[in-house]
Design a protein around this ligand. Structure first.
Ligand SMILES: Nc1ncnc2c1ncn2[C@@H]1O[C@H](COP(=O)(O)OP(=O)(O)O)[C@@H](O)[C@H]1O
Ligand SMILES: [Mg+2]
Length: 263
């Protein structure tokens, strides 16, 4: 569960470059809820994920994860609760370590076990989890991560997220750097893992199609505020054109509270 209340983030406060990236955001996700997040460049999407993960400090407001107030907790203290996958496939794993070493590090997070021991004890489990991807990577567990394609690395980054037993999954355009086929594979995998492991998930995407087709709720950010929050029948009745129209309307025009569309 994620509960963000009245969250504001101001970068460079008091300087000529002051920027209010988030402006009073309220957003609650129930445990296991899967929400897609859209919004134009600079809308505050990555800042929102960064604030939940702890990389970005809240200027005002409060963030709770699974009922715990984490607002002032540094990233490392929240790491056991929050897993992340970024746009850059190179960002989520270490290229110079092998597949099984990367997975073992994720699985051993929060324990004091040495890496060798961690792999030995978990080898069968890691093999099964990689085999279940259906990518044939189980025969390459001792290959360096750097040898893999972007899509293979993103798929393994998702496996790592589930091994770490986090309850929250934050995805920041995690399929944007992949070719269409691999992007679709990674999205299906994401959907499966979110359900199987009941992960409370925020997925930033630049694809309106993906935003409407994935998860059960879609949120649009604009200039640091939530301007659309749809689920259920309202969302299933929406097409990509509706979202595009909203985008166009928001751009170049200040937002009037009356036109906020929520359901
Ligand atoms: N570390 C930072 N320092 C200063 N400004 C930042 C920083 N990170 C983001 N911003 C600014 O905050 C706004 C929101 O950025 P971001 O959350 O990255 O947008 P999005 O992910 O929706 O494209 C942008 O105007 C961006 O330039
Ligand atoms: Mg971003």
């Amino acid at each position: 569960m994620i509960k963000v209340s009245n969250l504001s983030v101001v970068f460079g406060a008091g300087t000529p470059l002051e920027k209010r990236a988030l402006n009073g955001v309220d957003l609650t996700l129930e445990a296991g809820e899967f929400v897609s997040v859209i919004g134009s460049n600079g809308a505050g999407k990555s800042t929102l994920l960064g604030a939940i993960a702890g990389d970005v400090l809240a200027t005002e407001g409060r963030i709770e994860i699974d009922g715990r107030d984490v607002t002032r907790q540094p990233t490392a203290r929240r790491a056991a609760l929050v897993a992340r996958v970024f746009q850059d496939p190179l960002a989520g794993s270490c290229g110079q370590l092998t597949i099984e070493e990367n997975l073992a590090i994720a699985a051993a997070r929060g324990t004091r076990r040495g890496l060798g021991l961690a792999i030995g004890k978990r080898r069968t489990m890691l093999h099964e989890r990689v085999e279940a991807l259906g990518l044939g990577l189980e025969s390459r567990l001792t290959d360096k991560m750097a040898l893999l394609s972007g899509g293979q690395r993103q798929a393994l980054a998702l496996v790592m997220a589930t091994l770490a037993k986090s309850s929250v999954l934050l995805l920041d355009e995690h399929t944007a750097a992949l070719d269409p086929g691999m992007a679709e594979f990674v999205i299906h995998l994401t959907d499966r893992f979110v359900r199987d492991f009941r992960l409370t998930t925020l997925m930033v995407t630049h694809s309106m199609r993906q935003a409407l087709d994935t998860g059960t709720r879609t949120v649009m950010l604009h200039e640091g505020r939530i301007v659309l929050d749809v689920s259920g029948a309202t969302r299933s009745g929406m097409g990509v054109e509706d979202l595009v129209t909203m985008f166009r309307r928001k751009r170049g025009k200040a937002i009037d509270d009356d036109e906020l569309l929520t359901s």
